[in-house]
Design a protein around this ligand. Structure first.
Ligand SMILES: [Zn+2]
Length: 177
């Protein structure tokens, strides 16, 4: 193995950079903050249709769906998870909607759940931009899905740890709604 850490190509300028030193956005790796900015400026997320109240509701639904996947992986939400948003709306993950947490998780199922989680998160990004939730956007858009999958595969404890690590970023979004 390459002794100085894995290298990746910057998605914007193709420069080779150590993976550890790279910046992650939209699932791509970049060599510098300048390349991140150039990419984001060229690929701006369009505001979804609807007024802010509708956007908050849609975003809340996406966040709840994302949390549902995490509870499957063992993130704790035993008798329904309720989160009160800044506007007073209460978002609840019903125990019945969670599905049975996987007892004997197979790596394949763990990976699938995290991919579904990531899909909900990706769909949520334009809403975060439109609502000006910049810090929450940055937290979700810099999630390292591959690292989460590696952590989650293998043992239920690993799956739970990975899921709970991701859970707080999603809960932070709901708290702003
Ligand atoms: Zn670059």
């Amino acid at each position: 193995m390459w002794p100085f850490g894995k290298k990746v190509a910057c998605f914007q300028c193709d420069a080779k950079v150590k993976e550890k030193a790279s910046r992650l956005r939209r699932g791509f790796r970049f060599c510098s903050e300048a390349c991140v900015r150039a990419f984001l400026d060229a690929n701006q997320l369009r505001r979804p249709p609807g007024d802010d109240a509708q956007l908050r509701l849609e975003l809340g639904n996406l966040a709840i769906s994302a949390l549902g996947e995490l509870t499957r992986l063992g993130a704790r939400a035993s008798d329904g998870l309720s989160i009160r948003g800044a506007s007073g709306t209460v978002f609840t993950l019903q125990a019945s909607a969670i599905g049975v947490a996987m007892e004997q998780q197979r790596d394949e199922e763990v990976t699938d759940a995290l991919h579904r989680f990531n899909q909900h998160v990706t769909e949520a990004l334009p809403y975060l931009v439109a609502l000006g939730l910049t810090a929450e956007l940055d937290a979700l858009d810099t999630i390292d899905l591959d690292a989460a999958i590696s952590e989650a595969r293998g043992t239920p404890a690993g799956a739970r740890a990975a899921a709970e690590g991701l859970q707080r970023h999603v809960v932070a979004v709901l708290e702003r709604l």
